[in-house]
Write a protein that binds this ligand. Sequence first.
Ligand SMILES: [Zn+2]
Length: 201
Amino acid sequence: MWRELWSRALLTCAIGACSILGDFGLRYGKSESARALFDNATHATVGGLTWTLIVVLSRKSVVRNLKSILSCFLLASFIDLDHFIAARSWHIHDATHLPKRPFLHCTTVPIVLWILFISLSYTFHSLLLEHISWVMLAAFLSHHIRDGTRRGLWFCPFGSTCPIPYYLYVSLCMFLPYILHLLMSLHIFPPRDKNIILIDV
Ligand SMILES: [Zn+2]
């Protein structure tokens, strides 16, 4: 019980600390590439920690769920590849000086993908698709909330919100796993097989 509470508190604080530390690196990094690298490593770490906390909240083994933690870590990092795709260049300067935000930074994308994957998982009774839908949503939202403190959340084609106030953004990053875990446990699309589990025991 205490061990569980400790790991939850530790992971929640780690998400907040990692976000703040990442912002320092972004502000004081020596070169453009060092700043971009530090920022991307922060996105990946926050993504990995977000899914780790979801696993802990589900009272499942972190070791048995390392694959999904790694998937969330990598996906949260790969989202920034769209900068290079939109710039059609591998140069960091081109990728970070785009006239508009690249497509994977539109929050409508993960919402639509989540609806699609969760509907498909229900149609085909696929636990894997349901699992993918949540890992993908966690990776995208953790990334978008972090970017949102600089540029707001972008819901194309409807527009963008104002930049998220700094402490609200840190709190949102820290509480995102709790919100997602709650939504997961609601089973909006209940599986037909009642015995299936989303996260490995
Ligand atoms: Zn980004």
